[in-house]
Design a protein around this ligand. Structure first.
Ligand SMILES: [Zn+2]
Length: 630
């Protein structure tokens, strides 16, 4: 079998894209390989194809649970045996799954980095016939990266155990400093480096300074009736913007992490099938989405960093046709950014207080709590201790990246139960109802504390163990509840929280706080780069992005918001300026009102207004209208 025949057989593609073929060849030669490929560049093929060609199992390390689940499901669809060990899996279940890997002819084992922290899991992995170790999101190993996770540092110990197994490091975004750090931290030996340029020639990067954002969105969507994504920062804005667009006559839906999986699925399908033009989403939307004909990606608020921006904007124009990545900025946004991003960075003291309260909230005693899973509502927690919500969220994210907790933002339905009759009575019940026996026994074996406390149940695990369906398990639970054998609760939650370590207050926080300042500074630097991207009116936007990723490109892209102003003729601006002066002679007007009167494009109007402001011909009034200078 050649790589190409594997690709054809399992993926039904005829050719490799960009550097995929070369990356695969390098791995097959047994070399450590480092591939810098933008999102959408087909990273997974780079390890999936060689993983299929070699005997044994390919180990894939990734911090993105949703992405892992997605890839595993995708492989299974192609009749390839794959498994994911993510957070929140009980030890029992984990042992079963690892047994499967060892004896079940599995080809891919996906692992979150926190799993490597457990010595027994590491020991089990050492016994597996590993043929390739792929490290996705490799920038997580560098503390100069935007997503540093100390658990990644443990990966290099695999190098000692598998000296002959090639490593493949993959990342979609890494500055030069991070690239060098990745090689060192992972212990890659003379890696062959493949880098696909981050240039996306068909995407026009547009930054507009505008007060009336909705009006501008309306214009863009009318002019480009093809599929569009609008990114907003929070869940509430998703609903707001989507319904505003609907009232303007657009077909629109929305997507955020707080929706249950049915709604997510429904809304996403509406958009994928193009029954609606627009999907308004938080950054929870995008993973695993591969829609080729997205024409516009509009950001209504400033992104946190250019890494995220590049990924999200890059979901447009995958088909190679011209597309637009639009960032709408109002002057007040820049002032707010300080409050939104910098003021909410937690310091060490806050981190410590928050961690202690978090343990208390779940009644975890000192020295305990490892592998305990809770459903978690951030709002409720913050109200109880009067914590500011964003700062708390950031502190929790930091603990998540340090591997102390795992926070899944997936909406989940938590089912918990507790037996409320004696074990004798349970045995009597089972002898009278033998069909329920297996499910009851599995619950008792898996959750030893289920007589004492209400215990969260993993329904799919019980179903698998008893070789039945989840519906059947739920039916039995319902029956047991009606017969007052168990107390049974089903709750909807925003998130699941897993404690990965025992509670040690000071010791825990002191260990990780050395990274905190570093990460905070990095966040400030990253935000600074976003501001530069927005504010720099003298450079090609595409160039600014490429420079940020360490590419030195000399030519302007010719299509971004800067490049198109270069093409504007001065005479044009003069005539427009004359028109504007005429319009303003009686009363002050907003840019939107001016634009409606002149019928010029709003870029032209804004450009002219800016020129006029610079030349002291007009003023801005307190309600954001323009007036002639007296
Ligand atoms: Zn340009």
């Amino acid at each position: 079998m050649t790589p190409l025949s594997i690709l054809q057989k399992y993926w039904n593609h005829d050719t490799f894209r960009s550097v995929q073929g070369e990356v695969i060849a390098s791995i097959l030669e047994g070399k450590d390989t480092f591939a810098l490929m933008p999102t959408g560049g087909g990273k997974s093929i780079c390890f999936q194809v060689p993983g299929m060609m070699k005997d044994g199992i390919c180990l894939v390390i990734s911090p993105l649970v949703a992405l892992m689940k997605d890839q595993v499901a995708n492989l299974q669809l192609r009749n390839i045996k794959a498994i994911a060990l993510t957070g929140g899996i009980q030890s029992d279940e984990m042992i079963d799954l690892l047994d499967n890997c060892q004896f079940g002819n599995y080809k891919f084992l996906y692992l979150s980095p926190e799993r490597l922290q457990s010595d027994w899991i590491l020991e089990r992995i050492k016994n597996l016939p590993i043929n390739l170790i792929a490290i996705d999101e490799a920038h997580c190993v560098s503390q100069w990266g935007h997503d540093f996770r100390p658990a990644y540092l443990k990966i290099s110990s695999l190098k000692t155990h598998f000296p002959k197994v090639p490593f493949l490091a993959l990342t979609a975004s890494a500055t030069k400093r991070v690239q060098e750090d990745i090689v060192t931290q992972l212990g890659l030996e003379q890696p062959v480096v493949f880098q696909k340029s981050f240039a996306r020639e068909n995407i026009a990067y547009m930054v507009f300074d505008i007060e009336d954002k909705l009006f501008r969105i309306e214009q863009i969507l009318k002019k480009n009736p093809e599929p569009s994504i609008i990114y907003v920062r929070n869940r509430k804005s998703c609903l707001d913007i989507s319904s505003q667009l609907q009232s303007l006559g657009f077909k629109s839906t929305y997507y955020h992490g707080g929706l249950d999986s049915r709604e997510k699925d429904k809304n996403m399908k509406l958009w994928m099938k193009e029954e609606v033009q627009v999907i308004v989403a938080t950054n929870a939307f995008g993973m695993g989405i591969d829609k080729a004909n997205v024409k516009t990606v509009i950001h209504i608020q400033l992104p946190e960093n250019l890494e995220n921006y590049y990924q999200e904007a890059g979901r447009s124009g995958r088909n190679g046709e011209k597309a637009y990545a639009v960032l709408l900025n109002s002057p007040s946004d820049i002032f707010q950014v300080e409050n939104q991003f910098i003021a909410v960075l937690p310091d060490k003291e806050f981190l410590k207080t928050m961690y202690v309260k978090l343990c208390n909230y779940f009644q975890i005693a000192y020295g305990e709590g490892i592998n305990e899973v809770f459903s978690f509502n951030l709002n409720h927690f913050c109200v109880q201790y009067q914590f500011p919500i964003l700062k708390t969220f950031n502190a929790m994210q930091f603990l998540d990246r340090q591997g102390i907790i795992s926070l899944s933002q997936e909406f989940s339905e938590k089912i918990s139960a507790q037996f409320i009759i004696s074990s004798k009575e349970v045995i009597r019940y089972m002898s009278l109802n033998p069909s329920d026996e297996e499910i009851i026994l599995t619950m008792l074996r898996t959750y030893p504390g289920i007589y004492e406390v209400s215990t969260a149940l993993n329904i799919s695990f019980i179903a698998k163990k008893t070789k039945t369906t989840e519906e059947m398990v739920l039916k039995v639970l319902q029956k047991l509840k009606e017969k007052e054998i168990i107390a049974y609760q089903s709750k909807n939650n925003d998130a699941t929280l897993t404690f990965n370590e025992v509670r040690e207050d000071e010791k825990t926080i002191n260990r990780v706080s050395k990274y905190l300042e570093n990460q905070n500074n990095l966040k400030k630097e990253q935000l600074q780069s976003v501001m530069e991207y927005v504010k720099d009116k003298k450079r090609c936007k595409s160039k600014i992005i490429l420079n940020y990723f360490g590419e030195t490109k000399t030519e302007n892209c010719g299509i971004c918001s800067y490049c198109i102003t270069l093409n504007k003729k001065e005479t044009n601006v003069l005539t427009l300026a004359e028109k504007i002066k005429f319009l303003l002679r009686n009363q002050p007007l907003s840019s939107r009102e001016i634009q409606i009167s002149t019928q010029d494009s709003s870029e032209d109007v804004i450009f002219a207004l800016r020129e006029m402001l610079d030349n002291n011909l007009i003023d801005i009034t307190s309600n954001n209208k323009y007036s002639l200078k007296k």
